[in-house]
Design a protein around this ligand. Structure first.
Ligand SMILES: CC(C)(COP(=O)(O)OP(=O)(O)OC[C@H]1O[C@@H](n2cnc3c(N)ncnc32)[C@H](O)[C@@H]1OP(=O)(O)O)[C@@H](O)C(=O)NCCC(=O)NCCS
Length: 181
């Protein structure tokens, strides 16, 4: 599974991406609105395995995003599946049935502000509404995460519901952005 944009390649994660993910998840600024805690390098392989497990079970998942010019890992952008009753996600437990498809984005700190998150998210949106045959995509975003809200708006998502509470959001509530084809 692979998507391509003008400047980026989106492909399934590989163990070779370890250095890039250690940089990404080891950065407190990057994880501020995600788990809130940085991930030690020795736990990165597990996290890559989890992303690959999601791809295997569901046929969709999070892509490693690479810059075409030098193959540097820009971040990870792609799909997460959610049970909309409990707001539990398929990265952490086995889920079946009708699941919401989230597009999520994370970029290494030194590359913020270059339009990479938007460019990769647009490719994911188009693929979801096209080949994947989805009619709706969502994004779950902390209300203070201005940059992420801008990305959601730039791909055409609008605020559907504030203050979503669920099993995955122990530290904070999030806002639900969505786009229906
Ligand atoms: C959110 C994130 C992925 C954006 O990545 P990015 O590649 O810098 O995004 P883009 O360059 O595509 O910028 C998107 C928009 O956000 C704006 N933006 C970027 N940083 C901003 C900031 N700190 N405050 C306000 N707006 C900001 C950009 O100006 C751009 O809008 P514009 O085109 O109208 O000017 C990045 O900040 C990140 O990785 N954050 C940490 C992880 C995270 O929180 N992910 C989202 C979880 S919901």
């Amino acid at each position: 599974m692979r998507l391509e944009t003008e400047r980026l390649i989106l492909r399934k994660p590989k163990m070779d991406d370890l250095d890039g993910y250690a940089e990404l998840w080891g950065d407190p600024e990057v994880v501020q609105y995600l788990s809130g805690t940085t991930l030690p390098r020795d736990q990165v392989p597990n996290a890559i395995e989890r992303m690959l497990g999601h791809w295997e079970r569901h046929g969709v998942g999070l892509f490693s995003v690479l810059r075409k010019e030098d193959e540097r890992l820009v971040g990870r952008v792609g799909y997460l599946l959610w049970d909309p009753e409990r707001w539990a996600n398929a990265m952490h437990e086995r889920l079946d049935g009708d699941l919401e498809l989230e597009i999520g984005w994370t970029v290494v700190r030194s590359l913020w502000g270059n339009g990479y998150a938007t460019e990769a998210a647009l490719a994911c949106r188009d693929h979801a509404l096209g080949e994947l045959g989805r009619e709706r995509v969502i994004s779950l975003i902390a209300p203070e995460n201005t940059a992420s809200i801008r990305v959601a708006e730039k791909i055409g998502e609008t605020l559907e519901r504030r203050d979503v509470r669920g099993e995955a959001f122990t530290r904070m509530t999030v806002d639900l952005y969505s786009l229906t084809a």
